[in-house]
Design a protein around this ligand. Structure first.
Ligand code: NAD
Length: 360
């Protein structure tokens, strides 16, 4: 099993490209390896990173994303409907039809410019159009830069659940242009910070003490290393779901009760819960809860359960979690870091949930 630091030459967060402030991380997947560039202005690299053979490009983006790219190719612009509603099979069909009408062939490419909704949808369009064409991601949210755009997972939602139809389709390159984050609303910054907090507990050091570009590069470096070792989520990649079992249950209840909560905020509460549960199971000492609270607080993230969360309903959602093949399953800390733990007692989970503070 390969375990590299993503070809970054032993440096956490990739290697700096000489003469620039740009950092480069390699997702090391043999013949499918690709670079992730992190820095201000890197979206200008789109035209040079596309394969020379690409003549036409479908630029897939979403209304309200105030950033564009120069592809130096014949271009078709596809604007997706707003929000998560864009991640539907009907939208995939519409995008593929537009591409077919514009004459895009299997030698052409898709460029995604947007948040995780856009990179998930565009990646899937690229995976299925002509049985797979080149895709290049330009993620414009913090969450998409540190997580969604890296690693090749893409897909759409069904009425029955999120991300139930999808593929693994690795991009040609990912351009994390940190300049694009300057227009991101605070609630979306918070979402990204929730995912960043997860990386802090998975072993990414000093996230709080370095500039934003380096924070992004360090998270990218960690995700790249994990994906390089476990592309299809057979093992280590599952640890990236730290904090997510409760987060998904909270998000589902928010939807059910007509409330809203950002994914990153839900992850933050889920991280607090996971530390409490690990402590109750004797896997770590109580100081770990304090460490979690300190990191979450520093990042301005919430730690209390939203008022609409019901314990019984939470247990039902947790039982339906994709990881839950053998009873309630969580990513939990132990002596040697995080691991997937199955068969956790529902009574204990209920007790820990009841012990948590509730937000008004
Ligand atoms: N494939 C994966 O591995 C993976 C991992 C995590 C999340 N995801 C998916 O990612 C999606 C969430 O992604 P997200 O948090 O980026 O949300 P998003 O894509 O919905 O973007 C959030 C909002 O920010 C706006 N926006 C984007 N960039 C902007 C910018 N630079 N300036 C101003 N506004 C901007 C968007 O229009 C949108 O309204 C979910 O569908 C989730 O399932 C996928």
């Amino acid at each position: 099993m390969r375990h590299t630091d993503a070809g970054s030459g032993g440096m956490e967060g990739g290697e700096e490209i000489p003469g620039s402030d740009v950092r480069k991380v390699i997702v090391d997947l043999g013949a499918s390896s690709y670079p992730v560039l992190v820095g201000k202005g890197v979206r200008s690299q789109v035209s040079t990173l596309l394969s020379e053979s690409v003549k036409r490009v479908a630029v897939i983006t979403q209304a309200g994303i105030p950033w564009g790219v120069e592809t130096m190719r014949e271009e078709l612009r596809i604007e997706l409907p707003p929000g998560e509603s864009a991640k539907r099979l009907a939208v995939v069909e519409r995008a593929c039809s537009e591409m077919a009408k514009a004459g895009l062939t299997r030698a052409d490419a898709v460029v995604a410019v947007g948040g995780g909704v856009v990179t998930d949808l565009a990646g899937f369009v690229a995976a299925v159009y002509h049985r797979g064409i080149e895709v290049l991601h330009v993620p414009t949210t913090l969450l998409a830069q540190v997580d969604a755009a890296i690693g090749g997972k893409c897909g759409v939602n069904l009425d029955e659940g999120k991300n139930l139809v999808g593929a693994f389709w690795q991009p040609k390159a990912v351009l994390c242009d940190t300049e694009t984050l300057s227009s991101l609303p605070e609630c979306e910054q918070l979402n990204g910070r929730g995912e960043m907090a997860k990386y802090a507990f998975l072993g990414v050091p000093n996230l709080a003490g370095v500039p934003l570009d380096q924070q992004v590069a360090q998270c990218v470096g960690h995700k790249a290393a994990v994906v390089s070792e476990d592309e299809r989520e057979g093992g280590r990649r599952a640890l990236l779901n730290y904090g997510h079992t409760l987060a998904h249950a909270i998000e589902a209840q928010a939807l059910h009760h007509g409330n809203t909560i950002g994914h990153g905020e839900a992850v933050a509460v889920g991280l607090h819960f996971a530390a409490l549960l690990a402590t109750r199971m004797g896997r770590v000492g109580p100081e770990e809860v304090e460490k979690h609270l300190a990191v979450l607080d520093r990042l301005g993230l919430p730690t209390a359960l939203p008022g609409y969360v019901e314990v019984g309903e939470t247990l039902e959602y947790m039982a339906r979690d994709k990881k839950a093949v053998d009873g309630l399953t969580f990513v939990l800390m132990g002596d040697s870091g995080c691991e997937v733990v199955s068969g956790v007692s529902p009574d204990l989970v209920a007790e820990v949930l009841q012990s948590m503070p509730t937000a008004l």
